[in-house]
Design a binder for this molecule. Structure first.
Ligand SMILES: *Cc1c(COP(=O)(O)O)cnc(C)c1O
Length: 245
């Protein structure tokens, strides 16, 4: 197959998958009686090539989720010519990657410690100063609903402290909350718990409206419980070449 034919074939496949995922989100949104436009799709493109992101960009997508910093940095550099593209870092982030991420990321979903907040704030201020970004870095606090350290996320009791910390940081803007439901748990009860935490956060931080929850397998449940952004990998891109975080 020629390169042109391969692109045409992949475009048809991604376009069809995209329509199907958007229809699922739309049905879940309507079933939940929520406002049109209140739930966005975040395509998760980890392990897939930059050429796939280019195709999705041409199909109208602007936000993309990546979980590994090096991979994200490479794609952001390769695709820096695509106007208005927004990179979301959704995976666990080491503090020593904070400066790099702050140069190109629009949103970090995985803020889970005060030390990471400090590192991202510093990185963002440096990037603002250098003219590498125009706006503060938007962060979501990742909540651990089961406090399993392997999956990342802050404990519920740390939420208020972290929200204050981000609220006080000039380089950061608190966008809302993110969670991954505990493995083997009923996603409905996890997302219900998350919704309660989000409502509580909104009382003190009314601008923190984003709720990043739901993946390919459980997006309907997440939308029922107030998700504003669903992170879909497999359902859109197909099976990942390597399964991982
Ligand atoms: C990979 C990943 C997703 C996408 O998961 P799928 O089941 O492939 O849709 C969502 N969120 C996070 C944090 C991920 O790492």
């Amino acid at each position: 197959m020629s390169a042109g034919a391969a692109v045409t074939e992949r475009t048809a496949e991604l376009s069809e998958n995209l329509d199907r995922v958007l229809a699922r989100i739309e049905a879940a949104r309507a079933d939940a009686g929520r406002e049109p436009g209140s739930v966005r799709l975040l395509p998760v493109t980890k392990f897939f090539p930059a050429s796939d992101i280019e195709i999705l960009y041409r199909l109208g997508r602007r936000e993309f989720g990546e979980s590994r910093e090096q991979e994200a940095a490479g794609k952001a550099a390769d695709l820096s010519g695509l106007a208005g593209i927004e990179w979301h870092i959704i995976g666990r982030l080491q503090r020593n990657k904070a400066n790099a991420v702050a140069r190109y990321a629009h949103t970090v979903h995985s803020l889970d410690s005060e030390r990471l907040a400090t590192a991202l704030d510093r990185g963002s201020l440096a990037a603002l100063e250098a003219g590498l970004r125009a706006e503060p870095l938007r962060v979501l606090i990742q909540v651990s609903l089961d406090e399993d350290p392997a999956r990342g996320g802050a404990a519920e009791r740390e939420l208020d402290m972290l929200a204050e910390r981000v609220g006080d940081a000039e380089g950061l803007r608190l966008g809302g909350l993110m969670a991954i439901p505990p493995l083997g748990d009923d996603p409905d009860s996890a997302f219900a718990r998350l919704a309660t935490l989000h409502t509580r956060l909104l009382a003190s931080h009314p601008a923190a409206t984003e709720l990043s929850a739901g993946m390919s397998g459980d997006l309907e449940s997440a939308v029922r419980h107030g998700a504003t952004l669903v992170r879909v990998g497999t359902g859109l891109m197909g099976a990942r070449p390597i399964t991982s975080a």
